[in-house]
Ligand binder design. Structure first.
Ligand SMILES: *Cc1c(COP(=O)(O)O)cnc(C)c1O
Length: 479
């Protein structure tokens, strides 16, 4: 018997509470639409409802769970709601949730092969499966990261190491490194430059064309100009599926410029990458197989609960050279014969993330996943066709994947009033509770975004959002 005042749950207690939690999740997944998509609490509401101090004495699981339902759930914005169409409509799935649960139970830290042999080898296998699904050559070595921001940070660190200037040992010194990306690239590229001490000035944004794609001739011009001015160009980050419009940079042309100038080519396909598993979408990925490194997030568009970012590098030895630093206590007899993933990134401790993607890939199968992605793309095309056919709406970007950028443009309304109108429209739609959409700005124009990527989103849901947009447009344009 334990002499602790409160030992862990007994197996019997765990079983009872565990079943209750699983039942709750099953009901939740069956009908997330019982909740408004966007939480309706105000800032500070939950804080005010909770005690200021941790409890001195043990509490019952029943009272904890009751507070979860009463206090926490109302403060949830429901990413699982099929009307969630903001940002990227991330979806989890049953097998993914169960994989997460088991990973939490095992509590493995997969820093060394020895500390998690199965986690290490499952990571190798799953990342190999995913690489093959995406049509990438076998030279690409995969590492599971938490987010695309960290994957891109690792890519920039690798590219910097690749210069062979000893920056890892001595710092950048007088070298003025320059990295190129499009003006539509994700902010994580600039953040990586900040974190690695290269400075924001090391990032040069290349202009994009009318369809928000990096202009290769502008990239070539910028590199030549910088070289002449004493900068050291070392990297270019191309995006397949930019965050605002999901535009696709011309990666093949960018790869040519990278090769001619010995630049590291990193491809950010955080959201769109999974679409490479569709043969009909492959042309949009032309040239990415020539990249030095690639990131894509199964947690964005491959049914895997947050977080799971897949980072691929063609040069694992360089990734290791950028990060490996092994103190004595972490040396093991298997160092020569097995992979220690702690050597391939920032973190020492690593979660057992491979399990959930392994479950997802096996449960749905490649064919099942392809059909789900195809459905999302078809729904987005359908939504875009409604926008195009309505004289009171205007589409503002092409729809290469499953995101539609548009705005309301009531006939006769002057341009100067459209931003305020669309911002009010966004608020009105989101206040309804059935849908959550977000916005961006494209070339200065206030733009609404509908992102489709949820396992449970059906035509009825996008029709509901569309009818809501039309009804609120009518209501708001009445004088
Ligand atoms: C979402 C996104 C990111 C950042 O993803 P995190 O995993 O949240 O860091 C990076 N790049 C692109 C293109 C994205 O869409």
């Amino acid at each position: 018997m334990s002499d602790l005042p409160r030992p862990d749950m007994t197996p019997e207690e765990f079983r009872i509470h565990g079943h209750r939690v699983i039942d709750w999740i099953a009901d939740y997944m069956a009908n997330p639409e019982r909740y408004p998509v966007l939480s309706r609490i105000q800032p500070g509401d939950l804080r005010a409802a909770l005690p200021a101090h941790a409890p001195e004495h043990p509490e019952s699981f029943e009272s904890m769970f009751a507070d979860f339902e009463k206090l926490v759930v109302p403060g949830i914005t429901h990413w699982n709601h099929p009307g969630f169409m903001a940002y990227f409509a991330i979806t989890g799935s049953g097998p993914g949730i169960l994989g997460e649960l088991l990973s939490g139970a095992l509590n493995i830290n997969a820093m060394l092969w020895r500390t998690g042999p199965a986690a290490t080898e499952l990571e190798e296998v799953v990342m190999g499966w995913l690489r093959e699904m995406l049509g990438l050559p076998s030279e690409f070595f995969g590492v599971v990261m938490d987010t695309a921001s960290i994957s891109t940070l690792c890519a920039v660190a690798e590219a910097r190491e690749n210069l062979g200037l000893g920056i890892r040992e001595k710092g950048t010194g007088a070298a003025r490194l320059r990295l190129y990306t499009s003006e539509h690239a994700h902010s994580s590229v600039e953040k990586a430059a900040i974190i690695l001490g290269l400075g924001q000035e090391s990032v040069r944004m290349i202009p994009s064309d009318a369809e928000f794609r990096m202009i290769p001739a502008e990239l070539a011009r910028a590199v030549a100009e910088d070289k002449a001015a004493g900068w050291l160009p070392f990297m270019v980050v191309a995006t397949i599926g930019t965050t605002s419009t999901t535009s696709v940079d011309p990666v093949a042309a960018i790869a040519d410029i990278a090769a001619a100038n010995k630049l590291w080519l990193h491809v950010d396909a955080a959201y769109a990458g999974p679409a490479a598993s569709l043969p009909e979408m492959r042309p949009k990925f032309a040239g990415w197989e020539r990249a030095d490194s690639i990131v894509t997030n199964p947690h964005k568009w491959m049914l895997t609960p947050f977080d799971f970012s897949a980072f691929y590098t063609r040069h694992p030895a360089k990734l290791r050279a950028a990060f490996s630093l092994v103190p004595e206590y972490l040396r093991t007899a298997e160092d020569a014969s097995a992979r220690n993933y702690m050597d391939y990134g920032v973190q020492l401790g690593r979660r057992f993330r491979a399990l959930k993607l392994w479950f997802v890939l096996r449960y749905f199968g490649q064919e099942g996943i392809r059909q789900i992605l195809r459905k999302h793309i078809a729904l987005a095309q359908m939504f875009a066709s409604w926008v195009d056919a309505d004289p009171n709406f205007e589409r503002l970007a092409p729809v290469p994947f499953s995101v539609v950028c548009f705005r309301a443009k009531p006939q006769g309304m002057p341009e100067a009033e459209l931003e305020k109108f669309n911002s009010s429209l966004l608020d009105a739609v989101n206040a309804d509770g059935r849908a959550f959409i977000s916005h961006t700005k494209l070339k200065g124009v206030y733009t609404l975004r509908v992102a489709i990527g949820h396992l449970r989103t059906e035509e009825s849901h996008i029709r509901a959002v569309w009818e809501l947009l039309q009804a609120q447009t009518n209501a708001l344009s009445k004088p």
